[in-house]
Write a protein that binds this ligand. Sequence first.
Ligand code: SF4
Length: 375
Amino acid sequence: MAGIYVHIPFCRQACLYCNFHFSTLLKQKNDLIDALLKEIIRTTTFAGNETIATVYLGGGTPSLLETKELNAIFNTLHSKFSIASDAEITLEANPDDISPGKLRMWKQTGINRLSIGIQSFFEEDLKWMNRAHNAQQAMRCISEAQDAGFSNLSIDLIYGTPTLPDDHWQRNVEKVTGLGVPHISCYALTVEPKTALHQLIHKHKMQDTDPEQQARQFLQLIQWLTGAGYEHYEISNFSLPGRRSRHNTSYWQGKPYYGFGPSAHSFNGIDTRSWNIANNALYIKSIREEVLPVEKEVLTETQKINEYIMTSLRTMEGIDLDLVQLKFGEHMAGNVKKKAGRFSQERIFIANDFIRLTDAGKLFADGIAAELFED
Ligand code: SF4
């Protein structure tokens, strides 16, 4: 079973912190959708007529697509792939796009899960981030989606902004749990190079983030959500039992996926990763010239084990040493275990041949993973 990711690289407004690939030049949208459909049709499948278990429309802002554009994408996907009747089909939606009419249309196209970019229910946060929606739209859209029959919802929240004191953070989390949302993704606001936020902070026009506040709010989050019955199944992801994101889980399990659209990545499930050019105009031009705008890389054994360490350490299950032994050999499994043993039990613990992070260790996940890497 494979997954499909479709990247819709348009947004109405640029959030200050964003480093995803997107453009606010919406006049390119028609040409880009044409190119996207051609890319899907021309793709060589990994394995004959394999079944697709999950489809994820991300971005950018896929919720700004019109009915005919979404229908064209789904019709093309169905003509090319065999999509399972119980497939998880997710659309990323921004609160300002959510209306009863659009919710009805999304249901009709077969979308059965929404991932809503709320980020905060407080106006000062949303303004600080330069989000396109306001607090009122954030408050309203979850119930509207539930009333329209979308029980399978995921909500994104951001913490660690200078405008978010701890009590507001708690109210953001409680608002989502109070509405019975089954899946919550929470991200610390990171100041990525080349973003507008990075420049503003550099010029002292905006306040920088505070690592202590971010660490504190992350640990509070774990306490509140696990206390409310959510599983902390990946560093940034929490779900009620049985409600994990099937699509994202398949990435972490190394399953194959197709990526369509500018900047989208694909993986054949074995050793080959590829990625499309992250430029809308060049993507359109290339496909018009009948060339797929893609670069490829065949992973070495070292890259494969390091990717496994990086992704699995972020999950609740952790690094499975039996699996490492099976896939990469006894020597590699021994190396990882030995390196993990050098960390204190406050950060890492090894139980039943699984290496897992403690909550305090999760604050340093990427650094710890790097220490466990094969050279
Ligand atoms: S809506 Fe999402 S993709 Fe678009 S600018 Fe904001 S964070 Fe980036």
